[in-house]
Design a protein around this ligand. Sequence first.
Ligand code: MG
Length: 171
Amino acid sequence: MLKRFLPNEHVKSIFDIQPTVLRKKGIKGIITDLDNTLVAWNVREATPEIIQWFKQMKEQDIKVTIISNNNQERVEIFSEPLDAPFVFSARKPLSRAFVSAAKEMRLPKDEVVVIGDQLLTDVLGGNFAGFYTILVVPIVETDGKITRFNRSIERRILSYMRKKGKISWEE
Ligand SMILES: [Mg+2]
C-alpha cells in the first residue's frame, strides 16, 4: 500500500533534473506539476530560470506537459511563455490527465517521467497511472491548496522514507 506513495526518485529541485541525464535513460517526455514544483504556488508567471529549463528540455528533444489541479487562468498565464501544452483542473491523483498527456505527446509510459511536489496527488497519481515518478521538495512550505490532513499524511510517509534511508537531504 505504502509503495504507491513512494517516488522512484527524489531531488531537491526541478533544476536537478537534467535533460542529458534523462536522455541517457531513454526519457523523451515529462509530465510536471506546476505549484510548488516549477514556482511557488503564489508566483504568477514563469521565471527566467524556468523558461531556460523548458528551453534546455526542448533542445534535447524532450517534450514537457504541465498538469495542474489549479484553475484555467492560473495555468494558462503561467504556461504562456513556455510554449508547452498544459492541463488545468487535472483532478490528480486520478489517472486520466496523466494518461492523456502521454498520449498527446505520442510517447509510451516508459519514456515519460512524472514530476511533482506532492505525494498524494503527483506521486500517487503518477505511480497509479504507471509512470516513473520524481518527487521534488516543495518550493515554499505553505500552500494555498493543500489541506492539513494531506500534509500530515505526507509528513508520516516522508519520515518513513527518511528512516529507511530513502531521503538524503535535511529539512
Ligand atoms: Mg504542487
